[in-house]
Design a protein around this ligand. Structure first.
Ligand code: NAP
Length: 297
């Protein structure tokens, strides 16, 4: 199948390469120049519009404004190949997913929201969990494309916004887990308990599971290379907050992790992994300035 691809960042490049490995003719566009060696098997195209001359197109840009600028403002839906299905794998707002659904319907194109769980290394190994929602016909058209990218495709129904809401809820819970681990370290290190030993205890007893395993290791090793950038995580916490307000609720733990990530980004740490938020909590507010100097930002 001919597949267009928009956005060859950390996640997009891994997914595009896997689509090519699965035997598809992948034509990909990225705003800044990408080395061909970094995306073996993928054909790089000059214009984003070229990626919409395909049976399906994947978008893995960073956020709502990027998708609006590259796709909607440039009129790519109007010039797309008839019958094309657009798969948006980026983490976007619930409101924007609804808007995209409507605009694709008006343009006679298929639309599927398919945000993903898994970091770039998971994407590269074809083990993502994909949260997919859209009209049955559009989902059926693209499901065979998602299978080689994923451990599982979770089909969440015909309302695309469901997938986006579920994705935001997942990231909200991971952020809370990161902050929960950090605050536990504040207590346990104060009495001389080594954090690796404490994490071994909680992973073996109360909190086994992917998020705790992965982020306890980062907090122990204090390695904050992304991964998932704090500035993108802050975007997700803002989107989750917007949606909570839309449904008339204020969620206190969500507010707390959003503020924690906001502090990290404001301190110039937005390109570090989002687990940098834990480091800031462990060190306490006063240590922030010295951390900034240590990281030479
Ligand atoms: P990334 O490495 O920062 O890549 C972002 C991509 O968006 C790049 O291709 C970038 O182009 C492009 N972009 C940003 N603004 C643009 C604009 N105004 N116009 C054109 N292109 C623009 O981010 P990522 O980690 O791959 O994340 C991509 C999406 O996946 C995000 O929605 C994120 O929330 C979601 N996600 C990430 C992870 C993760 O662990 N990293 C996991 C699940 C979901 P340039 O190369 O030119 O900058």
């Amino acid at each position: 199948m001919r597949i267009g691809f928009i956005g060859l960042g950390s996640m997009g490049s891994a997914i595009a390469v896997n689509l090519a490995k699965a035997g598809h003719d992948v034509r990909a566009w990225n705003r800044s120049k990408v080395a061909q060696e970094s995306v073996p098997g993928v054909s790089l195209v000059e214009l984003a519009a070229d990626a919409f001359k395909a049976d399906a197109v994947f978008t893995m840009l960073s956020d709502d404004p990027a998708i609006r600028e590259v796709i909607l403002d440039a009129g790519l839906l109007a010039s797309a190949q008839p019958g094309l299905t657009h798969v948006v794998t980026s983490t976007i707002s619930v409101a924007f997913a609804r808007e995209l659904e409507l605009l694709h319907e008006e343009a006679g194109l298929g639309y599927v929201s398919a945000p993903v769980l898994g970091r770039p290394n998971v994407a590269a190994s074809g083990q993502l969990n994909i949260l997919a929602a859209g009209k049955a016909e559009a989902l059926a058209a693209i499901e065979p494309l998602l299978v080689p990218l994923s451990k599982k495709v979770w089909k969440l129904g015909d309302n695309p916004a469901r997938a986006n809401t579920a994705k935001l809820a997942c990231n909200m819970m991971i952020a809370m887990a990161i902050e929960a681990m950090a605050e536990s370290v504040v207590l346990t290190e104060s009495v001389g308990l080594d954090r690796a030993d404490f994490f071994e205890l909680i992973l073996s007893t109360l909190f086994s599971g992917r998020a705790y395993e992965s982020y306890s290791a980062q907090i122990t090793e204090q390695s904050f290379e992304p991964g998932f950038k704090a500035k993108l995580a802050l975007k997700d916490m803002r989107l989750a907050t917007e949606f909570s307000h839309e449904i008339g609720r204020t969620l206190p733990m969500l507010e707390a992790v959003r503020e924690g990530l906001d502090r990290a980004v404001t301190a110039g740490l937005g390109d570090k992994d989002w687990s940098i938020m834990a480091d800031m909590t462990v060190r306490g507010g006063d240590a922030l300035a010295s951390r900034k100097i240590n990281l030479e930002i």
